[in-house]
Write a protein that binds this ligand. Structure first.
Ligand SMILES: CC(C)(COP(=O)(O)OP(=O)(O)OC[C@H]1O[C@@H](n2cnc3c(N)ncnc32)[C@H](O)[C@@H]1OP(=O)(O)O)[C@@H](O)C(=O)NCCC(=O)NCCS
Length: 296
């Protein structure tokens, strides 16, 4: 097997620090599938193309740990895919990945943010990350169909997508146009907008196919009414299992999900290291459903 390139600045006393490239999508996918996560090889391809991936391998070039840092503009670095293969845990590997991600964010000049699993949160808290807000992953093996979707929540015309990426930036904060465009082009059927009869924009939603379930999100909206209508309309367009990472505190969204057969699956905590402006990415405001822990 071909050995990977070294990743300068990433250090562990036992394992070899490596840069992950697009050729590593399958090896990364093996790590996330082993952890029971939802990413597909397509997700890994996107992350390794748009972000900086790194990890550790054994002498036999087996990838045993990963992480990806994606820069959203100049002020935010997003950390995802922190995974250590089960038999290599508790050897300080995640701590080493985190130190490296932090130094990349420092060199970039921005804050480092992520959505932590309960296991990850212990590692990040020990490294000085603070909690921003909490998120619950909701899961339904199949979504109950409902009649009467709000006609104002409808597919985004392809030429209107840039309107929404600009609209997103005012609320979410850092720019993430390429990510939103990639989601919309992979699943145009789940790319929805909520525009009132006067033509005023109130929100949009996107989604993507996953390994285990379709992921509905992000949903970014100025009102709970628009967010719920977008959620309903998206759910009516899915088949089979669905997951949805909902920012806690919106009883209306939660009621809609319960009504459709969803139950809470696990919590995430959005965490940060370094100063962040009071943007939606850090406060949760207008961010009813996140794009998932791999994307923010
Ligand atoms: C979470 C995970 C990445 C930790 O990897 P790891 O290499 O075993 O972690 P480390 O050995 O570097 O541990 C770092 C620190 O966190 C602590 N820690 C790690 N896992 C912990 C846990 N489950 N509970 C409490 N503390 C924990 C360690 O004690 C260590 O602290 P110390 O250096 O003071 O001893 C790994 O368990 C994993 O891949 N889990 C599944 C995927 C996942 O949840 N990833 C996190 C995504 S946010």
């Amino acid at each position: 097997m071909m050995r990977r390139d070294a990743e300068p600045g990433l250090i562990h006393p036992v394992y070899r620090a490596v840069r992950l490239g697009r050729a590593d999508a399958a090896a990364g996918g093996h790590l996330s599938t082993t952890a029971g996560w939802n990413q597909t090889e397509r997700d890994w391809n996107f992350l390794l193309r748009s972000g900086q991936g790194f990890g550790f391998e054994t002498e036999a070039a087996q990838l045993i740990a990963s992480a990806v840092v994606t820069f959203y503009g100049k002020e935010i670095a997003w950390l995802s895919m922190v995974l250590v293969a089960p038999e290599f845990r508790s050897q300080g590997i995640a701590a080493a990945l985190l130190r490296h991600a932090s130094s990349l964010a420092d060199a970039h000049g921005g804050a480092l943010l992520l959505d932590a699993t309960p296991a990850g949160r212990n590692v990040y808290a020990a490294a000085g990350f603070r909690d921003l807000f909490s998120i619950t992953r909701w899961f339904a093996p199949v979504t109950a169909r409902k009649s009467g979707s709000d006609p104002l929540a409808k597919p985004i015309p392809i030429q209107a997508l840039s309107r929404w990426t600009t609209w997103d930036e005012v609320r979410f904060g850092p720019p993430r146009k390429s990510m939103l465009t990639a989601l919309a082009s992979a699943r145009p059927d789940l790319a929805l907008e909520y525009v009132d009869r006067e033509g005023n924009a109130h929100g949009y939603g996107l989604g993507r196919s996953g390994r285990v379930a379709t992921q509905v999100g992000p949903i970014v909206a100025d009102s709970t009414e628009a967010a719920r209508a977008l959620l309903r309309s998206a759910l009516d367009r899915t088949q089979g299992a669905v997951i949805c990472d909902v920012v806690d505190g919106s009883g209306t969204m939660e009621a809609e999900l319960r009504d459709r057969g969803f139950a809470p699956e696990r919590p995430f905590t959005r965490m940060a290291r370094g100063p962040v402006k009071p943007w939606g990415i850090a406060t949760g405001k207008s961010l009813f459903v996140t794009a998932g822990p791999e994307l923010g």
